[in-house]
Ligand binder design. Structure first.
Ligand code: BTN
Length: 242
């Protein structure tokens, strides 16, 4: 499960996730390979959104994991470990980040990083996984977007490769500690979770409401106290409204 032994550095590509998926299809990739691009022309985000990143200023990369050894109902553990790796990496630069469920990384209410994981399933097992990360590093102007970067937070320009290797180290260290299979994983995730046990505004199929995140279940579902009862939401069933 170690990543970063092999790095493919591309100039321009549509999306590092697409590029990786093609290599996987052709059987031409070893587990742990990181594919990094200076520029993506069609970077993809969650919920069919786009991921925009100024060329050469930020990290946009994907890594491939084979033999993931997670059952389908535990696939959220990979999301959690990637999010925690990003939080740990940001700590190295004195940037205090939180996780917005399920796996966005925020600093003082602004998005600094997003993750797009695409799992290949075989029966009830995750066979392999394509993990895409966009991390804002040196970009200072985000137009109308509520986003930030390491440089915006610290006033220091970073070498992109240094930041990438810092992430690789943090991720590998969490994996080596067997964190993905540890009961502590969910606790550590919740300790960094934005709006955990704090009232905030949400929207679900019934409309907008004030609610409080009470729990995140091991399969990733979000438990929110709404009025007097707890409601369990799957991905895409609830939206943050703040
Ligand atoms: C999100 O927050 O919606 C997820 C964004 C994920 C963006 C990264 S950038 C590298 C990789 N390639 C893509 O096309 N998307 C991911």
């Amino acid at each position: 499960m170690e990543i970063g032994r092999k790095i493919i550095h591309l100039n321009t590509v549509d999306s590092t996730n697409n590029y990786t998926a093609n290599l996987v299809k052709q059987g031409e990739i070893v587990s742990g390979t990181v594919i990094l691009a200076d520029e993506q022309t069609a970077g993809r985000g969650q919920r069919a959104a786009n991921w925009h990143s100024s060329p050469g200023q930020n990290l946009t990369f994907t890594f491939f994991l084979d033999n993931v050894n997670l059952s389908v109902d535990r696939q959220f553990a990979l999301s959690q470990i990637v999010a925690l790796g990003l939080v740990e990496l940001l700590k190295r630069y004195q940037v205090d980040a939180d996780i917005k469920w399920p796996n966005d990384i925020y600093v003082k209410g602004k998005k600094i990083s997003g993750v797009l994981i695409e799992n290949q399933l075989q029966g009830q097992q995750v066979k392999s996984s394509i993990v895409g990360v966009g991390l804002n590093v040196n970009q200072l102007d985000f137009g109308s977007l509520d986003a930030t970067s390491i440089c915006s937070e610290t006033n220091q320009k970073m070498l992109l490769m240094d930041v990438l290797f810092a992430f690789v180290q943090e991720f590998n260290s969490l994996v080596q500690q067997q964190f993905m299979h540890s009961p502590q994983l969910n606790e550590r995730y919740k300790a960094r979770l934005l709006y955990y046990k704090v009232e905030a505004r949400y929207a679900d199929a019934e409309g907008e409401f004030f609610g409080t995140i009470e729990d995140v279940l091991p399969d990733g579902k979000l438990v929110v106290r709404k009025d007097l009862g707890d409601v369990t939401y799957d991905f895409k069933e609830i939206e943050f409204k703040h």
